[in-house]
Design a protein around this ligand. Structure first.
Ligand code: FAD
Ligand code: MG
Length: 321
């Protein structure tokens, strides 16, 4: 970016996450409208309060279907489709387990194995019954719960991008606690840092230069707790009910839409590096950066961004599949 270009940053805390908006003009009124828009979506989609449209569905589990607004229905439909892909690690019905583990919230614990087994039986995404004509959702078993924590920020980031477009903003950036969506291409592109896992000083492994793209990172270091020397993080394996345990510390997805970034970070987390890179061969519009526990940074491809390694403890490799 040239020195003469001024960037104005606006911040807020919404959805329990730091939110950052960058604009090239000083426009506090616009920033307030953007934060209000995010808050409106939070109010519809949250499962961290007793009332929201998603909570209305959860409260009616095993009893009756609930008609919801167009955006909530569309997002749930999209989340169900991602959940029912073959071998998907994404599961919108993971709610009962998320609530039991409470990872990232006060009272986090390792639940007894029999609790996990009982709750796993309440997480079948095929038992989220959708009715397009009524825009209604029915959870077939009592105590089932939808949780959109792995997809809602991506969806909202895309809505913020669309709103800024509509307001005539040509260049801007929104960061919803790790979901970055950008408009336009400032001189040199947008530079986005890739966080070093578990670093307390905010160090970066590298940086990405992008334009008009979304960058979503999902990492085991974002929300976790330690118990008896073991780390329990917030991305749960829908097959076992325990945190996904593999070679990865984080996955970053570069894509057009942030909702795809959100879905694919979870899918890639489930597949790991090798299977993930193979799956992305069929999706040239979606690119991944895997950071492994062995301190490797693997790029599935890099057609739509430029990556610069900044930390010599890490080794940069391309996909071998
Ligand atoms: P991602 O990897 O994208 O998602 C992980 C989250 O998805 C988990 O935290 C869990 O909620 C869910 N999940 C876990 N495993 C799976 C799986 N296999 N498939 C699908 N989903 C899974 N945080 C607060 O502390 N306080 C709040 O009040 C609060 N309100 C929120 C309101 C909204 C509308 C949203 C979207 C989030 C809110 N959050 C809040 C944050 C939320 O609890 C999650 O921590 C956050 O969404 C995780 O996003 P991520 O990008 O870090 O991780
Ligand atoms: Mg996600």
């Amino acid at each position: 970016m040239s020195d003469t270009t001024r960037v104005y940053s606006y911040s807020a805390v919404l959805m329990g996450s730091p939110i950052l908006l960058k604009l090239f003009s000083h426009d506090e009124a616009l920033a307030s409208r953007v934060f209000r828009l995010i808050k409106q979506y939070e109010d519809l989609l949250t499962v961290n309060r007793a009332q929201s449209q998603v909570m209305d569905i959860n409260h009616a589990a095993g009893k009756h279907s609930v008609s919801v607004s167009g955006p909530v229905y569309a997002l749930i439909k999209c989340a169900k489709a991602a959940s029912t892909l073959p071998d998907s690690a994404f599961n919108l019905a993971i709610g009962p387990l998320v609530k039991r583990w409470r990872i990232g919230f006060r009272g986090d614990t390792v639940p007894p194995a029999q609790d996990i087994a009982r709750l796993l039986a309440l997480t079948n995404p095929n038992q989220v019954v959708l009715n397009d004509a009524e825009q209604s959702v029915y959870l077939a078993l009592p105590e089932m719960e939808i949780d959109l924590g792995a997809i809602a920020k991506g969806y909202i980031a895309d809505r913020v991008r669309d709103y800024l477009h509509q307001e005539g903003v040509a260049q801007g950036l929104i960061n919803l606690g790790g979901n970055v969506q950008t408009l336009g291409s400032p001189e040199g592109g947008w530079s986005i840092g890739l966080k070093k896992p578990f670093s307390t000083s905010g160090s970066m492994i590298g940086s990405l230069e992008i334009a008009n793209k979304s960058v979503v990172t999902s990492g085991v270091y974002e929300r976790f707790f330690e118990h008896n020397g073991q780390i329990y993080h917030h991305i749960l394996d829908p097959r076992t009910g325990y945190p996904l345990n593999n070679e990865l510390d984080s996955v970053t997805i570069i894509s057009e839409d942030s909702i795809d970034g959100d879905i694919w970070t979870t899918l890639m987390y489930g597949m790991g590096v090798e299977k993930g890179c193979a799956a992305l061969r069929k999706r040239p519009d979606i690119e991944a950066i895997f950071v492994t526990k062995a301190k490797e940074v693997v790029l599935s491809s890099s057609h739509h961004y430029r990556f610069t390694l900044l930390d010599n403890d890490y080794r940069l490799t391309g996909s071998t599949v």
